[in-house]
Design a protein around this ligand. Structure first.
Ligand SMILES: Nc1nc2c(c(=O)[nH]1)N[C@H]1C(S)=C(S)[C@@H](COP(=O)(O)O)O[C@H]1N2
Ligand SMILES: [Mo]
Length: 427
């Protein structure tokens, strides 16, 4: 993954925070005065409640099929349902190749998977960052056929929720955890095929002075605490949009599945999952910074060490997981091959170490994954005794970033990057 300095987290946040704080934010859910009034703490509480909120389909009239939050089957061996979401079981990746098959790819839905008709679907670009300043009502349009006729690219990229690993804030650090109770399974790698967002922006008349691009999903409005925050949407700086962002219409060689954004989704490599807007419809392109609740209220770091207005999230941290069930049973006295994967939003993993109870030792990296979206690794272990054992894995990426023993606490419990203690029983 390439990352020019202007697309790094620090640069992005410095610029956006400044504009937000100087009152340049606009749009529903981003009223700065109101936000500051209630304070970051309140924002955190609201967001926590929001993330816990039950599905918004209960208001469907009696006798009308409200639809299901997730369309694909959720076999218990592959996926664990969590409200409107589903987490991948890590044991379902044992023996798999580099990518996560579509049947077990995690799903994160703020509301429900919408049923969209590919024949009437349109991508709609508008805003003063495009020549002629097309409006939302009179946008530059592309249908699916047109997008498919443009030169396609296929990228193998990792997609992960910023809240991945959240439950370990509570389980390992004794810190209460608002939000979806993810283990380590809200992550996946897929081959995404589509057209670079940059190609489409240029065809739509991108101006040199455009600053931000905001893709918007066609799923239902997100309503929380009685407030309608509108469609799920989150801005990206133009520099990132032109770098490695895709408008994907295929996932692992199949048309994009309904739950993963059919007919077209955005894929933003290295950045928090919320950036990769599913079911994309409108895309605003602006010569001024854009804001939405998903970069001002949610997906920000609030709490100790962060300014009152928080720090926006962009790049994912380093994480590692064993391809084993929680509390898996392993044969005592026999040699087992432990397998797992490590990944980082900063780029490729350089080194992985495993501790099976007697200190850290290097894991063997699977050669074909070197430099890839994530890194498979293996380590041999002979459980010395029957009973409980704890397995730990930690990785270092090419920037030198590693995994601490304790993750930095933050009010919305994002970016849990600490080493996870994985229990197994030898018998
Ligand atoms: N329109 C829309 N896009 C969305 C979301 C959503 O609820 N609606 N969820 C986001 C979040 S928080 C994540 S982590 C990823 C999850 O992608 P997946 O469901 O394909 O795994 O999609 C992102 N894009
Ligand atoms: Mo997410």
């Amino acid at each position: 993954m390439r990352q020019s300095p202007s697309t790094t987290e620090a640069a992005h946040d410095a610029g956006r925070s400044r504009q937000w704080l100087t009152g340049q934010a606009h749009g529903p859910g981003v009223d700065r005065d109101r936000l500051l009034e209630v304070g970051a703490a309140m924002a955190a509480v609201t967001a926590a409640a929001a993330e816990r909120e039950p599905v918004a389909v209960s208001s469907a009239p009696v006798g009308v099929d409200p639809g299901t939050p997730i369309v694909k089957p959720l076999p218990p061996a592959l996926l664990r349902p969590l409200d409107t979401n589903a987490e991948m079981h890590w044991s379902a990746m044992a023996g798999q190749g580099h990518v996560v098959p579509n049947d077990r790819f995690f799903v994160r839905n703020h509301t429900v998977t919408p049923h969209l008709d590919a024949t009437t679907w349109r991508l709609r670009l508008f805003g003063d960052g495009l020549r002629g300043a097309p409006t939302r009502d009179n946008p530059v349009e592309f249908d699916l056929q047109e997008l498919r006729r443009l030169p396609a690219e296929e990228h193998t990229a990792l997609l992960e929720c910023a809240g991945n690993g959240r439950r370990y804030f509570a389980e390992q650090q004794g810190e209460p955890t608002p939000g979806v109770d993810w283990g380590l399974g809200s992550v996946g790698v897929a081959r995404w095929r589509g057209v670079p967002l940059g190609t489409v922006l240029r065809l739509a008349g991108l101006r040199d002075d455009a600053v931000d691009v905001m893709p918007e999903g066609l799923d239902p409005d997100y309503v929380t605490g009685g407030v309608n925050l509108g469609r799920v949407r989150r801005p990206l700086p133009v520099a990132k949009a032109l770098d490695d962002v895709l408008l994907a219409y295929e996932m692992n060689g199949e048309p994009l599945p309904a739950d993963h954004g059919f007919p077209v989704r955005v894929v933003v490599p290295g950045w928090v999952g919320i950036s990769s807007i599913k079911w994309v419809g409108p895309i605003e392109v602006a010569t001024t910074a854009l804001f939405s609740p998903w970069n001002t209220r949610f997906y920000r770091m609030f709490g100790p060490g962060h300014p009152a207005d928080g720090t926006v999230l962009t790049t994912q941290p380093v994480r590692s997981a064993f391809e084993l069930a929680w509390d898996a049973r392993v044969p005592a006295g026999a040699e087992v091959l432990l397998t797992g994967r490590s990944w980082s939003g900063n780029g490729p993993i350089e080194r992985v170490e495993v501790d099976t109870g007697d200190g850290w030792r290097p894991a063997d990296l699977v050669a074909e994954d070197r430099g890839g979206a994530w890194q498979r690794w293996t380590v041999r272990w002979r459980p010395p005794t029957t009973g409980r054992h704890t397995l730990r894995a930690r990785a270092t990426d090419r920037t030198g970033a590693g995994q601490p023993d304790r993750a930095a606490p933050n009010d919305l419990a994002y970016l849990f990057d600490a080493v996870v203690a994985h229990p197994v029983t030898a018998c």
